[in-house]
Design a protein around this ligand. Sequence first.
Ligand code: RP5
Length: 160
Amino acid sequence: MKKVGIIMGSDSDLPIAQKAVDMLKSLGVPYEVHIYSAHRTPEEARAFALCARENGFGALIAMAGMAAHLAGAIAANTTLPVIGIPCKSGALNGIDALLATVQMPTGIPVATVAIDGGGNAALLAAQIIAVEDAELAAKLDAKRKADSAKVIEKDAKLEL
Ligand code: RP5
C-alpha cells in the first residue's frame, strides 16, 4: 500500500499531527511523519516533496499555522495530492493559516480541510489511497457505518 506523508511546520503542530496519525493507524494505512518548515527549512521541504512519489507516498498532508505556506510549498514540488491543514496558532487563531492554505493559485492545488482538522485530513488521504485498494475502501465503508450507528444510538437514547 502507498504511504501517507505527514509534514508539520513546527513541533508545536504535534497535537494536530497526532490526530492524523491516530486515524491512519486505526485504518492500517502506513505513514511517515516529518517536521519541515517552508520558512525555516525550505530546502528539506522541497527535497522531500520532489522525491515523495518515488519514495512510495500516495498522498501528503501538510500542516502549518500563521503565515502557512507549507502545504503550498510542498504542492509546488510534487503532483501527488496534497492536503493542507491550517493550524490554530498566534493572534488570529488559525484564520490566517486557513486563508494562506486555501487560496492557492490555479495550477497548484491544495485540498484544504478545517482549522486543526487532522482527522479529516487523514481520512481524505486514506480515501485517496483507497481508490486503488479495495480492502482499505471496505474499511472506510465499515467506519462510515459504525459512525452512523453511534449517532442513531445517541438519538434513540436522547431524553430532554
Ligand atoms: C508555523 O508557525 C508552524 O506550523 C506553527 O503552527 C506556527 C508557530 O510555530 P512555532 O513558532 O511554534 O515553531 O510555521
